[in-house]
Design a protein around this ligand. Structure first.
Ligand code: ZN
Length: 599
């Protein structure tokens, strides 16, 4: 029997023929622009009468929104793929600018739309929603309405947005500019190389401790040299955000991030409490890792050090088969989905120059297809990445047919399906390891991720909440920022490290992202939420797939608490669910500790 050979280059021609010079795409963009402008005009012409007739107009608007939204998404996904497959494609950058401008118009029309929703009184609102089509959208529409109500007047919010372009958001851009100029001098093979931030951070996963230590020293120095500029940037960015919150009457800095992630504060607190109570095994792992490296205690720069030096290679074909087979252990639909993605060239994995770094999965809603981008060079972690991205693809696949407005899932559940798919494959890889050394290397890789999500992200969260409290009282100095960061790291890592990274507030981009506040806890939530589902799937076996799909379909149309109650029969405010999820991480650690006992 001859096995099918999968292509490792994707097919984008099915969407628009001719790449960045596509005439079909140009026509599509023209139509999209007309649809968005028509939507905008319609929104501007609508004054809710606070009568049941508003329903008719609302339904028309929603249909226009769906039509325009899908077209825009189809175009932006295509352009993103063009840019990723060839970073030299100049026409693709021009197309990106067109898509960005269209998105901005669409977003402002949507804000105006949300304001109109908030102007409908409660009584009429209830009547409007009493409708076969609209009832399905109750959550999404009510959420938009409530969020608009929570903000200032439409004029004031428009002024804030306008001022934010050169105020708030430009601080974030200034950060990127400063970072792009930073050079980190590192001595290698007798000469001093000026590394970029990205190049230097790759050195932290070197197997040579001297390399990691010397890069780290230079790393801290370089960030310290820029600390005055970066602290000013952070202070103004956060000051702007806090001022907006104050005007809106929002006292808690977590109000907005929690609302974006559709979760309650109690849920977040319970999650961190369970993590904090279960740090002991993580500390034991860090201590064991130090022992294996022949040192007393790990330093910050040792956290990404790999276990062992051997790394086996897995061909793309082998990787694909491995994923298909192991997805099949869980359920037929997921396995069939992966097969379809491989067969129909949904994946761009070729290892060639000129591609963008990283990986992603993007959806084409008009075609109900996804495309996955990555560079596959044959490492075990490439197989995990491939499984991860296929998980994202499966999430979109599970949501096909769901109303467009009900497909906007938040960051904290965005990683559910991807982490789940990755866990299936990572666990299978550990089980199939050819010897103990390989097994340990794979386990170590998994545990490093756990440490990152339960300790590193915890430190970021502790720092950021404390920093914002401090900032409410006035600008925060470099010294205080360093102290707050080091304190947060010591707490999150339970003092298990020898040296910390006080300038992490400067070196971590995530504190400077203005698009989304608190770019940290949703990662940890997503990871543990997914592991909790994985734990249930392991208990229930193959029949679980249908339940899993039903959960994925609801990820954007309810709060996370309701999602968990409906599909997992658990209360996220209680500890049990989180404890089970953390236990999966602890199981890996226990296995690692046992296998390395005598080393
Ligand atoms: Zn992902």
């Amino acid at each position: 029997m001859t096995a099918a050979t999968y292509s490792d280059v994707w097919n984008l021609e099915v969407f628009f023929k001719g790449g960045s010079g596509s005439a079909e795409l140009a026509e599509h963009l023209k139509v999209t622009k007309e649809l968005i402008e028509a939507f905008e005009t319609k929104v501007n012409n609508w004054t809710p009468l606070n009568k049941i007739n508003d329903k008719i107009y609302l339904k028309e608007l929603l249909s226009d929104f769906e039509h325009a939204g899908k077209k825009l998404r189809q175009a932006s996904a295509f352009v993103g793929c063009l840019q990723a497959q060839n970073t030299e494609d100049k026409k693709a950058y021009a197309l990106e600018a067109t898509v960005t401008a269209l998105s901005a118009t669409f977003q402002s029309a949507l804000s105006a739309f949300d304001n109109l929703l908030s102007s409908i009184n409660d009584e009429v609102w209830a009547q409007v929603l009493d409708d076969e089509y609209l009832t399905e959208l109750t959550f999404s529409l009510t959420e938009r309405r409530e969020r608009a109500k929570d903000k200032l007047s439409i004029e004031e919010e428009a002024l804030i947005s306008a001022l934010g372009v050169d105020g708030y958001h430009s601080w974030g851009q200034l950060y990127d500019l400063i970072v792009s100029k930073i050079k980190i001098p590192v001595e290698e093979n007798g000469e001093v190389n000026q590394l970029s931030v990205g190049q230097a951070s790759n050195r932290f996963s070197s197997t040579d401790r001297d390399v990691r230590a010397s890069v780290f020293k230079s790393w801290e120095n370089s960030w310290n040299e820029q600390a005055d500029y970066l602290s000013k940037t952070l202070n103004h960015l956060s000051g702007f955000r806090l001022n907006v919150y104050k005007k809106r009457g929002w006292e808690d800095v977590l109000k907005e991030p929690l609302s974006i992630n559709r979760m309650q504060k109690e849920t977040l607190e319970t999650m961190w409490a369970v993590i904090t109570e279960n740090k002991k095994p993580l500390v034991e792992y860090l201590n064991r890792k130090a022992k294996l490296l022949g040192i007393e205690k790990l330093s910050w720069f040792d956290l990404d050090a790999p276990y062992g030096k051997t790394e086996s290679k897995v061909s793309y074909q082998e990787g694909a088969k491995f994923i298909e087979q192991n997805f099949a252990q869980f359920g037929e639909k997921m396995s069939a989905f992966a097969k379809k993605a491989f067969e129909n060239q949904w994946i761009e994995a070729e290892d060639r120059p000129g591609k963008a770094p990283g990986g992603f999965c993007t959806g084409f809603p008009e075609s109900e297809e996804s495309r996955i981008f990555m560079t596959y060079s044959g490492t075990p972690s490439n197989v995990s990445t491939l499984a991860h991205e296929l998980g994202h693809g499966f999430h979109s696949y599970a949501m096909r047919g769901v109303q467009y407005l009900n497909r906007g899932y938040a960051m904290n559940v965005a990683e559910t399906a991807s982490t789940f798919a990755e866990m299936i494959v990572a666990d299978a890889a550990v089980k199939n390891a050819k010897d103990e050394e390989e097994k340990l290397a794979l386990l170590d890789d998994k545990i490093q991720r756990t440490v990152a999500l339960l300790m590193n992200i915890h430190a970021r969260f502790l720092f950021e909440t404390r920093f914002y409290e401090e900032r409410k009282r006035g600008p925060v100095s470099v010294e205080t920022l360093n102290e707050l960061m080091e304190g947060a790291q010591k707490e999150a890592y339970c003092e298990a490290l020898d040296e910390y990274h006080p300038l992490f507030w400067a070196s971590k981009l995530h504190f400077f992202i203005t698009g989304v506040p608190f770019y940290n806890f949703p990662y940890t939530f997503g990871y543990l939420f997914s592991l909790g589902i994985y734990a249930q799937a392991l208990e229930e076996g193959k029949g679980y797939e249908e339940k899993y799909i039903a959960l994925l379909r609801d990820t954007a149309s309810m709060t996370v608490e309701d999602l968990a109650a409906k599909h997992l029969q658990v209360d996220l405010v209680q500890k049990d669910f989180w404890e089970k999820a953390v236990q999966i991480c602890i199981d890996d650690i226990e296995e690692f500790l046992q296998l390395t006992e005598k080393k």
